[in-house]
Write a protein that binds this ligand. Structure first.
Ligand code: ATP
Ligand code: MG
Length: 423
């Protein structure tokens, strides 16, 4: 096949067989967001490149190396979104959602980053994301953790570990930053090119380096939590109390700084040991300065995003299958009169039995071939209509998963009988 007829590297097709697990995750998340009072919001996949540069930060991996940025036919510089927060903040400001209001929101969809494709790391990947605007205290930080923990529980996942840290405020980071620059300057000869570049502009980023050669030098760096301002310290302590009260286990990781510039105070990451190097399943934190930085009224904010591909892989690695789909009836149509009667009959059954799959055999085929298709469809029952059944106003019901005898049923009685048989 010519290269242009292949998917773009790092962008995956999701075939029908893979979808039930995805839908399981999405359904559980959707139900949980509703249960916690989060409202769904949807924003464009494409934004002005400038939005991401100003929010995520110039000296980050995402903006420096990973964005899909292009000029459109009108000459605008646009980017495919690498994450959801910036777009949601932009939309909240633009639509006046932040004036004297509080919002708990969620969204989901594809994100784009030009990274090196590998297991758990793709160029188009999917996130489920929640954000809260207008909540200043650590209660919402804790609620967001509780919500994610409940999602793992609902999905049947164990073994996820929560790491937390506090980045303090930009002011309190200044002093720390100076110490960090001092420390890394003393170890200059051990830094890689990225880190050297960041030493002046954004030394905290060095702590987030994925280069294993830097692990030792990063481990020896001074710790941020020792430089927290009193209010951030209190926020962090209260956050921990609330987590403990909610029965959430966590560890404090002083090196956790997260790969985006806009975070302040609380940051956190859920990781797993079951997926190898790409171990972060869900991550987020507080970004109290971002709304004002993008031109909105100062508004405290916090959020997280989970990677759906990684979560689905984790479900697979844990041997968790999607719950079975809706029970099904496969309608076998033997003959021309059966087709004429069968299509409207199937419509009546779908109207009477919401939540039941009524799949009609289309494209003809012999009786045996149709029964084979019925079997492969996963349906529990075959509903058989031949010319004889149509003449008598009945359908024959055959249990595809058990050995019960085939039985005739009058059309009017079908909904009640099917309901009973599919229970
Ligand atoms: P990582 O440290 O693995 O690069 P990140 O810090 O860049 O992750 P975030 O920007 O916080 O990740 O995105 C939130 C979640 O989205 C991550 O925890 C991860 O599960 C998922 N994710 C991020 N980048 C990718 C990717 N390229 N492919 C698949 N999932 C991803
Ligand atoms: Mg990354």
């Amino acid at each position: 096949m010519s290269r242009t007829l292949q998917a773009v590297r790092g962008m995956n097709d999701l075939l029908p067989a893979a979808l039930p697990l995805w839908q399981f995750v999405e359904r559980q998340a959707r139900e949980l967001f509703a249960a916690y009072g989060y409202q769904e919001m949807r924003v464009p996949l494409v934004e002005h490149a400038d939005l991401f540069q100003r929010s995520i930060g110039e000296q980050t991996d995402i903006v420096e190396k990973e964005m899909y940025t292009f000029e459109d036919r009108g000459g605008d510089r646009l980017s495919l979104r690498p994450e959801a927060t910036a777009g949601l903040v932009r939309a909240a400001i633009e639509n006046g959602l932040l004036h004297n209001q509080r919002h708990r929101l969620w969204t989901s969809g594809p994100m784009f980053r030009h990274e090196r494709p590998q297991q758990g790391r793709y160029r188009q990947f999917h996130q489920i994301d929640c954000e809260a605007f207008g909540y200043e205290g650590p209660d919402i930080d804790a609620e967001m953790i509780l919500l994610s923990a409940r999602l793992w529980q609902r999905l049947g996942l164990g073994g996820l570990r929560l790491r937390i840290n506090s980045l303090g405020t930009p002011e309190s980071r200044r002093e720390y930053r100076a110490q960090l620059v001092d420390y890394f300057t003393r170890h200059r000869d051990q830094l890689d090119a990225d880190s050297l570049r960041r030493l002046d502009g954004n030394p905290l980023r060095i702590l987030d380096s994925k280069n294993p050669a830097l692990a030792a030098i990063v481990a020896g760096a001074p710790a941020l939590t020792e430089h927290l301002d009193p209010a951030s310290r209190e926020h962090f302590e209260r956050f921990q109390q609330l987590l403990a009260a909610g029965g959430i286990d966590f560890t404090i990781d002083q090196r956790l700084v997260r790969g985006l510039d806009y975070y302040s105070r609380t940051v956190f990451e859920w990781t797993t040991t079951a997926l190898g190097a790409q171990d972060a399943v869900c991550s987020g934190g507080r970004y109290d300065g971002l709304v004002a930085q993008l031109g909105g009224e100062p508004t405290p904010a916090v959020g997280w995003a989970l990677g759906v591909e990684r979560l689905v892989s984790l479900l697979q690695a844990s041997g968790i299958a999607a719950p079975p789909g809706p029970p099904g009836v496969y309608v076998v149509l033997a003959g021309e009169r059966a087709l004429l009667a069968g299509l409207p009959l199937a419509e009546r059954l779908r109207a009477a039995l919401p939540g039941v799959t009524v799949e009609v055999n289309l494209g003809g085929g012999g009786f045996k071939a149709q029964l084979r298709r019925a079997d492969r469809s996963g349906a529990r029952l075959a509903l058989i209509l031949g010319d004889d059944e149509v003449a008598r106003g009945v359908a024959a019901l055959k249990d595809l998963r058990g050995a019960g005898p085939q039985q005739d049923c009058a059309w009017d009685e079908l909904p009640a009988r099917l309901r009973a048989l599919l229970e």
